[in-house]
Structures are given as C-alpha cells and as structure tokens.
Ligand binder design. Structure first.
Ligand code: XLS
Ligand code: NI
Ligand code: NI
Length: 441
C-alpha cells in the first residue's frame, strides 16, 4: 500500500464536541472506557466493501455519480487490487477496525467457476497483506447470490438444480476465504430466495431446498474448521416480492422447522426491520429472546419511502435503542456494527465517504453513552421488573412451571376480586428516556 488515494486527508481523531475541525469525531473516542470496555470494543465498527467501493450511487433513473479516482472502471485484477488499497487506506484513516465483503465485490467474476475462484484467490492474497499492514480485521464475508442473471429465479431456491450447484460452489469458496482471512462470522442474505408470483412457485419445495443448502454450508464450515458464527440476515422483500427469511420471527421459525436452530444466528439490519413493518428494537428483541442476535447491519431507511434506502444511521434515538440492546446482551461476541449504508447520490465526492462514516460512528458513540446512562440510572428497567412482579410470587411461578391446570386457574379466578390495573406509564417512561438522552452526565 504505497500510493495515497486520499492524500489530503489524515487520520480522523477525536476532538470533542466543541471542535471546529470538520473531519473529526465529536463523540467517538475509541479508547474511552464505558462500563469497563473501550468504545472501540463496544462498537466494533465495520465498513462494507460493496457500498463503499463498488456503489457508483446510480439510481433507477440516473447514472453513477461517485468520484472514484482510484478506479479505472475496468474488470482487471490490477484495478481490483488498487481499489482494495484505497479501501484499507480509508479504513485506517477513519479508524474503522473491521470490514465486510461479498466475493464478487472484491474480485471480478471469471468466465467459469474455476476462473472466478482464481481471481478471488489473487485478491484474497492481496487483502490478507493489507489486513496485516493495517491491523484491520474481517467481521464477515459472504457470497453474492443475487446479481448474476443465473440467480434471477433464486439461488438455492431456484427451480433448476444447476443454479443450486453454482451457489454451492460460491458459498463453499466464500466460506473458505472468509476462514482464511480470519473472519469472525459469515453471512447469508437471501435476496433472491423468495418468489415473485406463487403462480409459478412451489413454496414448500423452495423452503426445503434453502434449508438443505444451509445444512450443507454449516457442514462445510465445520469440515474446514471455521468456528466463526454463521448468520442469516432477514429482509421481507426487495429484490424478491417475498423473501423466505422475511423477519426475525419468520427466520427463527424457519431455522427451528428445519433443524438449523443453534447453527445460525441473525444479522439484523435496521432498514430491513422497517421494511418488514417493525422497529429495529423489535427485531433485536426477538433475536435476543431466542439468544440469536449475532451482528447488526447499521443503517436506516427513509420514513415514508417503501424501499431499502440504506442511509447512514444518524438518528440518536435509534442508536440509543440499538446500544441498549447490545449492552443488554452483554456486548457483541464476534458480531459488530457494519455500516451497510451508502451516501446519497448527491454526496459524490470521496470526502463524503468520510463524512458519512464519521456521522454514523458519532451517532453510535452517542447512543452507547446514552444507553450506559439509562442502564446506570435503572429507573426504566426497574419499572419493567415491577410491572411483572406478580409473576415472581409463588402462584406466578407455579403457573409458569406448569404446575397449574387451566381448570385450577379458572377456579382461582372465581375466588379473587378484580384489582385496579396499574398504568403502563408510557409517556412518563418516554420522558425519562429523553431526560437521560439529553443529560451529558
Ligand atoms: C441487502 C443486504 C446485503 C447484505 C449482504 O439489502 O443488506 O447488503 O447485507 O449480502
Ligand atoms: Ni445488509
Ligand atoms: Ni440491506
């Protein structure tokens, strides 16, 4: 890594909230300790290769706008390596400790599976040196099973078995190179694993094929000694009309139905949660209640727009709720906050990559500190505990442990007089939340 691709930019530093320095962290102070752990280790930021390096910012109505002086637009290995150099320089300068990639973002697809694998190997050798030079680690790898026309009818769920074979080859290889790079997790996002119309679709068969595929992948991960976490990333639709892994509940049900529960955890993405009609905190809570929250794709949607706009997460309530969940599960184990986010088409200059990640990192640093304050304060958690306290009485315990029949419950109901219900106090709790988010103590 010799040539500088961002020559005018030096490493972004924490300068505090009063600083006039434009490219600086106002909230994110990597070595600051919060509850016995550094902010760096709490947040485990990752940047994604696809949006950061491969997204020209085109939209369905307009061409790409992003300036990428390091990219000559060709499919050559040389260009792919230079792009990786620029990315690692960016990561280092932005103090981002992890990255994520799809096989096809990193290396050009060849004319055959063998050629594609050869291309990928060349790039993996290159980025493995970049990882060593910069100390940046791989959060997760994945295979792109949605861009190529061969996957238009699905990858593992394609009506043609041939497509399953191609997908198998890609996932086998992507698992192996993720393992080689020391990846902490491996992600499956089934963009085309769904359908456009049920008129041509055998849903039951397709779900079975998807499950078989995931079993094969989990088996292969074990065979090669990959001990990282396998993750599924739910999303309800887009590009498919309906996707089988539509949200956390549906995905957990799928895993349980096909004997995959425990082998896979979930990678929850904000914009996917909202597309599914849920809040991010709902999806995180569902995953956590099944001990299945593995990692987070950090972004946000645009309220009122029904598609995956993948904006950088700047909403301080959102980041506070996410960090409350992360602290609530005792921190990430192998997961992290991957900015699966892209700049707006109008933010096309290379420096906008820095602004975008900095604002996201600061928003999460703020959320972390606010979440720690909320936990230390304890009022909200105590309220919830108190609200359920009747379930800790001997009677409550007997019911939950199955020692009471429905008839016995009914009998007891006759003996009690109805007590006055207590208020849910939502507005009071929202007030406490606001107070703690605002207080800088
Ligand atoms: C697309 C997904 C994708 C996955 C990785 O909506 O978020 O980017 O994270 O395949
Ligand atoms: Ni994602
Ligand atoms: Ni997404």
């Amino acid at each position: 890594m010799t040539l500088e691709h961002f020559p005018k930019i030096s490493q972004v530093q924490f300068c505090g909230s009063d600083s006039a320095q434009l490219l600086s962290f106002r909230q994110y102070n990597p070595s600051e300790m919060i509850d016995g752990r550094s902010m760096r280790d709490h947040l485990r930021f990752a940047a994604c290769y696809w949006h950061t390096m491969r997204n020209g910012l085109s939209d369905p109505f307009g061409l790409a706008t992003a300036q990428m002086p390091w990219d000559d637009g060709s499919d050559s290995i040389h260009n792919a390596k230079r792009r990786a150099d620029a990315f690692f320089e960016f990561l280092k300068k932005c103090q981002i400790g992890f990255w994520c990639f799809h096989d096809r973002d990193l290396a050009p697809e060849g004319k055959s599976t063998t050629e594609s694998e050869k291309n990928l190997d060349e790039l993996i050798a290159h980025v493995s040196i970049l990882q060593q030079q910069t100390g940046v680690k791989l959060l997760w790898g994945t295979a792109n099973l949605f861009s190529h026309p061969r996957y238009m009818h699905g990858a593992a769920t394609n009506p043609s078995v041939e497509s399953f074979l191609f997908a198998a080859a890609q996932v086998k290889k992507a698992l192996e190179v993720t393992h080689l790079l020391g990846g902490e997790s491996y992600v499956f996002w089934g963009g085309r694993e769904g359908y456009t119309t049920l008129l041509n679709t055998d849903l039951a068969q397709e779900r079975e094929h998807l499950a078989r595929f995931l079993h094969l992948a989990a088996d292969h991960a074990r065979v090669i000694g990959f001990t990282g976490q396998l993750l599924i990333e739910p999303k309800p639709h887009e590009p498919s009309t309906h996707q089988y892994d539509s949200d956390a509940e549906a995905t957990l049900n799928f895993l349980r139905e096909f004997g995959l529960f425990g082998k896979f955890k979930l990678n929850i993405e904000t914009n996917h949660a909202t597309l599914a009609g849920h809040s991010m905190e709902h999806e995180l809570s569902v995953a956590m209640s099944a001990n299945s929250l593995g990692s987070i794709d950090a972004n946000m949607g645009t309220p009122g727009l029904g598609w995956d706009t993948d904006r950088f997460p700047t909403d301080l309530y959102l980041t506070t709720h996410i960090m409350l969940a992360v602290l609530g599960m005792g921190g990430f184990q192998g997961g992290g906050l991957n900015f699966d986010a892209k700049r707006r088409r109008e933010s096309f200059e290379p420096i906008d990559l820095f602004h975008a990640h900095i604002v996201g990192m600061d928003a999460f640093a703020f959320g972390l500190k606010a979440a720690a304050r909320i936990r230390a304060d304890g009022r909200i958690m105590r309220f919830v505990q108190e609200r359920y306290s009747s379930w800790s009485t001997p009677l409550g315990i007997e019911i939950t442990t199955g020692e009471k029949t429905l008839a016995e419950c009914a009998l007891m109901a006759r003996q009690i007089s109805v007590s006055t219900p207590s208020s849910g106090r939502q507005e009071m709790l929202e007030g406490i939340l606001n107070e703690l988010i605002l207080s800088q103590r």
